[in-house]
Design a protein around this ligand. Structure first.
Ligand SMILES: [Zn+2]
Length: 452
């Protein structure tokens, strides 16, 4: 039911323009001064730099892939920060780290956070700004001697980038109850077991179903994140109000022909898997372009076998990845792509087959949460831009059990998943300040009639 509602709303919002909002009728951007900041820019920056030591690369940035020693060390550091901020820290069976701060009333909790794992050769800001920004918010609340009505929990989700064992959003998929049933038995290509890694990080593969968060347990989920695109940087706007997060459908496809001698096999007697796969790549692009909207489709790599200049390729494997805010549109395009693959199979005398998709459903953020983010930014003297997220985030899984909101801060040049990724100390602190204010706003607005 809930899913259907999101999709319907997605249709209305499918042409998400970008809208710049200015605070309180003023057309002049107020300077952000320490007077209207509750979070500490230097303190937040110092923790970001320190976290960047774990998995640090000589070329800059980090390789802190989920379920690796570097990730484990980063988690220990972050848990220490959470404890220093007075949070009661626990790790769930999926390895997600939660830090609790009690509220004054018996209400569902407000959950906020991000992830601290990275892609290989990634940057210092993807996930880290939102995770350490969330912990900075708790330190600021402590300094203001504020107790919220709702209990607060900071969450650091496990293996968001999907470096090992799973395609991404691992921890939040467990919380949403959408992990595949074979997950605990998975091994990587080195033969290492996911279950062993879960034990090492404080989780428990045999109890992973218990990581599911039921409806009603969480009043709302907020995530601060770098944009990973260039909209905010180009518009010179410090805060993005995220309207929705795209869904991602990923299939593994194989073109199977016949490997044969490149000199002796006449052109009309070939079953050239690479020729067929090449047509398939263009078919994906054509079908994605055939509709208006912001949907995207990508074939990101190919493996050609046997892979010799004098042998006709016998087998080609490649992924087909589709993204959009509207799940129906993704399915519709996927269907047309598969029909085109059937036609190419016949034309080229090569069999093209694809697996069922790994699917991360799209999610829209709650309009009331968008408004809370917008108003919080304006009150802090920060302009906002409404925009969708083309990257996947844990918030889309959280949307399965609670209303969600997301705050974006700029990525210099729109660069991410790279050592060149950069968000300035001021931009990171702006995001944390907006997170602080949004949390307090939602704490006041949500569950107005408390049972006590
Ligand atoms: Zn991220």
């Amino acid at each position: 039911m809930r899913r259907a509602k999101f999709v319907t709303a997605g249709l209305c919002l499918c042409l998400l323009g970008v809208t710049i909002g200015l605070g309180q009728g003023t057309n002049k951007r107020q300077e952000v001064t320490t007077a209207n900041r509750h979070v500490h820019q230097e303190r937040l920056w110092a923790t970001l730099q320190k976290l960047g030591e774990f998995g640090k690369n000589p070329e800059g940035g980090v390789s802190r892939v989920g379920f690796t020693d570097a990730d484990l060390a980063g988690r220990v550091y972050a848990m220490g920060l959470m404890q220093e901020a007075g949070l009661e820290v626990r790790v769930d069976p999926a390895g997600n780290i939660f830090g609790r701060r009690p509220g004054s009333q018996n209400l569902p909790l407000l959950l906020f956070g991000s992830h601290i794992d990275s892609v290989p050769h990634g940057g210092n800001y993807d996930g880290d700004v939102g995770s350490l920004g969330a912990i900075e918010v708790v330190r600021a609340l402590n300094e203001q001697h504020l107790t919220t009505r709702h209990p607060l929990e900071v969450v650091l989700w496990t293996n968001e980038e999907g470096g090992r064992f799973y395609s991404g959003l691992f921890g939040s998929s467990a919380a949403a109850g959408v992990l595949p049933s074979d997950i605990a038995a998975r091994r990587d290509d080195k033969g290492e077991k996911l279950s062993d890694w879960l034990t090492r990080i404080g989780g428990d593969a045999s109890r992973i179903a218990e990581a599911k968060i039921e409806h009603g347990h969480v009043a709302g989920y907020l995530e601060l994140h770098i944009e990973q695109g260039a909209n905010l940087d180009e518009a010179k706007v410090p805060i993005g109000v995220v309207t929705g997060i795209v869904g991602i459908s990923l299939r593994a496809c194989t073109a199977t022909g016949f490997a044969n001698h490149a000199g002796t096999t006449p052109m009309n007697r070939r079953k050239d898997a690479l020729a067929a796969a090449s047509k398939a790549v263009l078919a994906v692009r054509d079908e994605v372009r055939a509709e208006t909207g912001r949907q995207v489709g990508t074939v990101g790599w190919m493996k050609i076998e046997p892979g010799a200049s004098n042998v006709i390729p016998g087998k080609v494997t490649f992924p087909v990845e589709l993204r959009d805010l509207d799940a129906d549109k993704i399915n519709r395009i996927a269907e047309r792509v598969l029909q085109r693959f059937d036609a190419i199979s016949r034309e080229e005398n090569v069999e093209i087959s694809c697996t069922q998709p790994d699917l991360h459903l799209p999610a829209l953020t709650a309009p009331s949460f968008q408004e809370a983010v917008r108003a919080s930014a304006h009150e802090a003297g920060l302009e906002t831009l409404d925009l969708p997220s083309g990257a996947g985030h844990d918030a889309q899984n959280a949307a399965r059990f609670a209303p969600v909101g997301m705050i974006f801060v700029p990525s210099r040049g729109g660069i991410s998943h790279s050592p060149l990724e950069y968000t300035s100390p001021e931009q990171a602190a702006n995001g944390a300040e907006v997170l602080y204010r949004t949390l307090l706003k939602l704490d006041a607005q949500l569950d107005p009639r408390s049972p006590h």
